[in-house]
Write a protein that binds this ligand. Structure first.
Ligand code: URP
Ligand code: ZN
Ligand code: ZN
Length: 458
């Protein structure tokens, strides 16, 4: 099978030019002007952007959490991702406390058999000991899974203590992996939740008030300190606020690099939503913040302090959200976003002039591929790279709605938003995945992507 994409504006993290892209089998085999190779299919990309498929390194598919499961599984979740231009996701495997990493891996391998898009896993280490340390080494060296997620919150379910964190970092560093973190101070948050509940303050607003900025800033600084002490590469997931960003900025003063991910919602939504009757839709951890934090995050992207924009996609049906209708602490945390990240960041970031087109590609695709050991197979348009390609109409306007989205969730967190810029055609490893708003690939097409060492230079 061969495909010729004609006359598009090819944009990567470092270049921007008009060219044709020729694909044979699963990879890109030629890039140039006026290519005339024979092709089974020709795609006219005149006036369109031709970019690397999006990589979302933070999604939770079919995940057991807070007494229920996130509502998108590998089939619906990766299909929705493809509709929005994201060709690969990295999901989280959760170790059950007291159990092995390998048992968790097997559970997730079963779940992911029906993936349509490509995927990999981060392994959340929720219980660290000598046996788990050996498994960490096997994950890196045998399984091609090099990133380990830790939680500094959700005590009793997912949280590890600082002693375990430092031990894990030492093992991961020695074997060329990377430690990622949900950086919030779990003890402070738990005591604020208890206080608000005791005072009868039970609405979604108190989810927000139980996780003030300092809880994230403190934990981000502590994580950076532990990385500095151990020399381990590290990555802070879903950063939301100026205080946490400043903790990473301070770490640069001792010549340290800590990778940072924010998520599309923290760039475009703010905490005023928690005062609405349907505030539970945006209950996620950490919570949405203030406008000044959006400004800090956009600046952080341009300053190179924030390298990645993911989603933390963790959708729940409205009925699931109702589990917490009388108590914010029982609302399953998370919101649906996997489908709209590429279009939201383009519309709110590139179209408004906040970030350049090259920066857009960098934060939505290339940097995740580099940090998580997949570059240059993924995250760029180059000869020999996987033909994961997004053909994007930069001027098309469209309206987001639960009536038309493809995620398995019955509301949209962006209902009625008018966006400029739309996914038109998506290729995954040389196959047409999305065209004419239809998905042309079947469950099982998605491949597990083995990963190599992290690239520490961005
Ligand atoms: O609210 C969130 N973020 N839900 C998913 C779990 C996590 O903390 O990432
Ligand atoms: Zn988290
Ligand atoms: Zn998450």
């Amino acid at each position: 099978m061969s495909i010729l994409i004609k006359n598009g504006r090819v944009v990567t993290a470092e270049s921007d030019y008009v060219a044709d892209v020729y694909i044979e089998g699963e990879t890109i085999s030629a890039i140039g002007r006026d290519l005339s190779y024979p092709a089974d299919q020709v795609i006219d990309a005149t006036d369109k952007l031709v970019m690397p498929g999006g990589i979302d390194p933070h999604v939770h598919l079919d995940m057991p959490f807070m007494g229920t499961y996130s509502s998108d599984d590998y089939e619906t979740g990766t299909r929705a991702a493809l509709h929005g231009g994201t060709t690969m996701v990295i999901d989280f495997i959760l170790q059950t406390q007291g159990d092995t990493l390998y048992n968790a891996l097997r559970t997730w391998q079963e779940k992911s058999k029906k993936a349509i898009g490509d995927y990999s896993y981060h392994i959340a280490v929720t219980d660290f000991n000598d046996e788990v340390a050996k498994e960490v080494v096997q994950m890196i060296e045998k399984e091609g899974i090099i990133s380990f997620k830790t939680f500094m919150a959700y005590k009793g379910a997912l949280m590890i203590d600082d002693g375990q964190m430092v031990q894990l970092m030492k093992v991961v560093k020695a074997h060329g992996g990377i430690v990622t973190v949900h950086a919030t101070n779990g003890d402070m948050i738990d005591s604020l939740i208890a206080k608000h509940r005791a005072e009868g303050k039970l609405s979604p607003l108190y989810h927000y008030r139980s996780q003030p900025e300092v809880t994230e800033a403190e934990a981000s600084g502590r994580f950076a300190d532990m990385l500095h002490y151990t020399g381990c590469p590290g990555y802070i997931v879903h950063m939301t606020c100026e205080g946490a960003l400043n903790a990473v900025r301070r770490a640069t003063l001792r010549n340290q690099k800590v990778f940072v991910e924010t998520c599309s919602q923290y760039l475009v939504l703010d905490a005023s939503l928690y005062s609405q009757d349907d505030g539970a839709k945006w209950v996620m951890s950490p919570p949405l913040r203030e406008k000044k934090d959006q400004t800090a995050l956009w600046s952080g992207i341009n300053q190179g302090l924030v390298q990645v924009v993911g989603t933390d996609h963790c959708p729940f049906m409205w009925e699931q959200k109702q589990m917490g209708k009388d108590d914010f602490s029982k609302i399953p945390n998370g919101h649906p976003a996997i489908e709209h990240r590429m279009e939201l960041v383009f519309s709110e970031g590139v179209k408004t002039g906040k970030i350049s087109l090259n920066k857009y590609v960098e934060v939505t695709s290339t940097n995740a591929a580099k940090i998580f050991g997949m570059y240059p197979r993924k995250g760029t348009i180059a000869i020999g790279a996987d033909a994961d390609i997004l053909v994007f109409d930069p001027n098309k306007k469209h309206t987001v709605s639960a009536k038309t989205h493809h995620m398995n969730v019955d509301y949209s967190a962006y209902e009625g938003w008018e966006l400029t810029g739309k996914t038109e055609t998506v290729l995954l490893r040389g196959k047409v995945a999305i065209q004419n708003e239809k998905c042309h690939l079947k469950a099982g097409h998605g491949q597990f992507i083995r990963r190599g060492k992290t690239s520490l230079v961005m």
